[in-house]
Structures are given as structure tokens and as C-alpha cells.
Design a protein around this ligand. Structure first.
Ligand SMILES: C[S@@+](CC[C@H](N)C(=O)[O-])C[C@H]1O[C@@H](n2cnc3c(N)ncnc32)[C@H](O)[C@@H]1O
Length: 288
């Protein structure tokens, strides 16, 4: 196993909680596709486990994909930019950087990472003009420049392709034997839940249905398809033929994100998980 990069941005719906569930029972696959990339926790885990020959990574968020491209291609320029005093954790500087525009790609990525580390709750939210509008987070000592992790992420991304766009791009690239992981914006579990803050305009029920059709197309193509979402009747019904598995994750459970609790989530696979070795032994003993 190689040293594992952690997501270099904190992202709503981050998958670090579910990594063990997601990695269990994975089949051998050819290429990897993740079209709702976000912080990319699952991708970084698989990459560290040397399971990926080539990955196709994408997200609708242009600033996020620009940051990934810069980490992949210009990580040393990014690190020198982020080490400048103009990226200090201070309220006046924060609002100045938040209001800044028209920069090159390295400066855009530095601004994006800086705001992600210093804004309230690491949220990504823009107003109707597309301007980032989350207030200053008042954190004591946020790690704005984490050189070691940026270099690990840079290495992990070298043989991969990055796209900005809708998840349907996966239909262009995925072939039989590939693994596709869908981690779409969650169906809100309550009205006050903050889970979908990064998706202004939202990911409606119609979008969830469009995704389910894409899931089925990939299934019939012979891809391995894995999906995670919050526990809801909508997702259970849409994917009932694949028998979704219920798992538990610790998440923020109120709108301020300061209360945490165990909540149910769903994982949908289109392949039969292997029977765990331990269970097999128990069954043999029982039948003796
Ligand atoms: C639940 S998050 C992904 C979390 C990620 N797996 C992680 O571990 O951090 C969902 C992502 O979907 C993206 N998104 C929303 N609508 C989309 C669409 N139609 N096509 C592609 N990505 C979309 C959002 O920008 C967000 O990054």
C-alpha cells in the first residue's frame, strides 16, 4: 500500500466515514470512473491500494476541477502561491480574497483551497451570480498549506483524466469491466439538513431518476456500478432490483453542523458480494 492522500478540500458528503464499507467486496476492474468527485476520498483510497490502472474523474463544480488540475500539473507553483503572506488566516484578508476575481489557474486553485480551509464549516456555496458567499470561519489554526498531502495527491493523479461536467460524461468513457462509483448529492434527510449546500439549483428527484437510468445503462454494458446515497424511500425504490445495503455513518445532523449522530445510508452494488470467509466457516461448523 502506498501512502494515502487525504482529500485536499473538506467537502460536504465526504466519504471517509464509509471507506471500509465501500472497499469491501470490490471486484477486479479495468478502469475507474468517479463523476461526482467532490473531495475524492474513495479515489485516493483505491489509488493508495494500487487498484487503479487509469481513472476518469469529474464533477460539475468548475473551481473544484480547476484545483484538481493544478494539483496534478502545477503543484509546486500552487504550494509557493499558498505560502505567500496574502493567504493568512485573518478576517480582513479572508474577505479580500473572497472578493477577488480574474486570476490565473494557480491563483484560482490557491483561492479555492484557502477559502475551503478558512470559511465557515468548509462549505462551498455561491449566490445567484456564482460568487462564493460563505462567511469567515474563525478557526484557530487551519492548515491552509499542507505540502505533504498536496504532493501525495499530485502523485495519485498522474495517470488520470479530469473533466468538468455533468455525470453523464461517464457514458462516453466507461467500458465493460470498468468500475463506476456514483456519490451524487444526497436526498435531504430533513428540511434543516445542510447536506446539499454545495448544489445550488439542487439535485432534484428527476435528476436522481436520470442517474438511475445511467446506472442501469452501465449495468447492461457490463460495468461494475457502485452508488452511495442517504437512506430514503426514493433511493430504495429507484434501486430496489439491486437490493440496496444499509450502512451507518457519523454525520452532522442539524443545520449548523455542530450536532453529530449515527445516520443510515445506502450502498447499491450491481454485483454479488463474496460471502465473508468467517461466515462461511461458521456455516460449515453449524451444518456439521
Ligand atoms: C456528495 S458530493 C461527492 C462527495 C465525494 N464523494 C467526497 O468523498 O467528498 C456530490 C458532488 O456532485 C457534484 N454534482 C452536483 N450535480 C452534479 C451533476 N449533475 N453532475 C456531476 N456532478 C455533480 C457536486 O459538485 C459535488 O461535488
Amino acid at each position: 500500500m502506498l501512502d494515502e492522500a487525504k482529500p485536499f478540500v473538506k467537502w460536504a458528503g465526504g466519504k471517509r466515514q464509509l471507506l471500509d464499507e465501500l472497499t469491501k467486496d470490490l471486484p477486479e476492474f479495468v478502469n475507474y470512473h468517479e463523476p461526482f468527485l467532490g473531495g475524492g476520498a474513495f479515489f485516493f483510497r483505491l489509488e493508495a491500494e494500487e487498484k487503479i490502472a487509469k481513472a476518469y474523474l469529474s464533477d460539475l463544480n468548475e473551481e473544484l476541477i480547476n484545483a484538481y488540475s493544478v494539483v496534478k500539473n502545477d503543484v509546486f507553483e500552487l504550494m509557493s502561491e499558498l505560502s505567500l503572506p496574502k493567504y493568512a488566516n485573518n478576517e480582513t484578508i479572508f474577505y479580500k480574497i473572497r472578493a477577488s476575481k480574474a486570476m490565473n489557474n494557480v491563483e484560482r486553485a490557491a483561492r479555492f483551497i484557502y477559502l475551503n480551509k478558512t470559511a465557515f464549516n468548509g462549505l462551498y456555496r455561491v449566490n445567484s451570480k456564482g460568487e462564493f458567499n460563505v462567511p469567515f470561519g474563525r478557526y484557530e489554526n487551519p492548515k491552509i498549506l499542507d505540502s505533504q498531502n498536496l504532493i501525495l495527491a499530485h502523485r495519485a493523479l498522474q495517470k488520470d483524466e479530469l473533466y468538468c461536467g455533468d455525470f453523464s460524461v461517464v457514458l462516453k468513457n466507461a467500458r465493460k469491466g470498468d468500475l463506476v462509483y456514483f456519490d451524487p448529492p444526497y436526498v435531504p434527510i430533513s428540511r434543516t439538513s445542510n447536506f446539499t449546500d454545495y448544489t445550488r439549483g439542487g439535485f432534484s428527484e428527476t435528476e436522481q431518476e436520470r442517474l438511475m437510468k445511467t446506472y442501469k445503462t452501465l449495468d447492461s454494458r457490463g460495468c461494475y456500478v457502485l452508488l452511495s446515497n442517504s437512506y430514503s424511500d426514493l433511493i430504495s425504490d429507484l434501486y430496489s432490483e439491486y437490493t440496496p445495503e444499509v450502512v451507518y455513518a457519523i454525520r452532522a445532523i442539524n443545520c449548523k453542523g455542530d450536532k453529530r449522530g449515527k445516520i443510515k445510508e445506502l450502498i447499491v452494488r450491481n454485483w454479488e458480494p463474496q460471502i465473508p470467509q468467517r461466515k462461511l466457516v461458521e456455516e460449515v461448523v453449524a451444518s456439521y
